[in-house]
Design a protein around this ligand. Sequence first.
Ligand SMILES: [Zn+2]
Length: 117
Amino acid sequence: MSIRFRSFSSHHQEEFRPIIEEAIREAKTEIANSKENTKPISPDVSIGRLSRLDSMQMQQMALEAQRRQQLYLIRLEEALTRLNQGTYGQCLQCRDDIAMERLRYQPDAVLCMRCAR
Ligand SMILES: [Zn+2]
């Protein structure tokens, strides 16, 4: 029987701080940029050859993308909180370590590969 450390070493956790902080910055920029595309459309809008209906559909898509970014931002901020608490990188379900490759690809992951399936 071998003793296994269940928590990420603090060294590994710190490796993800700049990754998460960068992702937070990017998400905030995305949200700020999308404000322009999610403004209410005035009745007399004419964007090149786009019809008003097209503009409204584009606005819907922009709103949807903005909502996704906002959720992602919340998840990233939660990841940063877990990092500060020293529980980052731990699967919420089985308490096992989440693979580092997975966290690099998806820094807001809260489940390991096995539990996410
Ligand atoms: Zn798990």
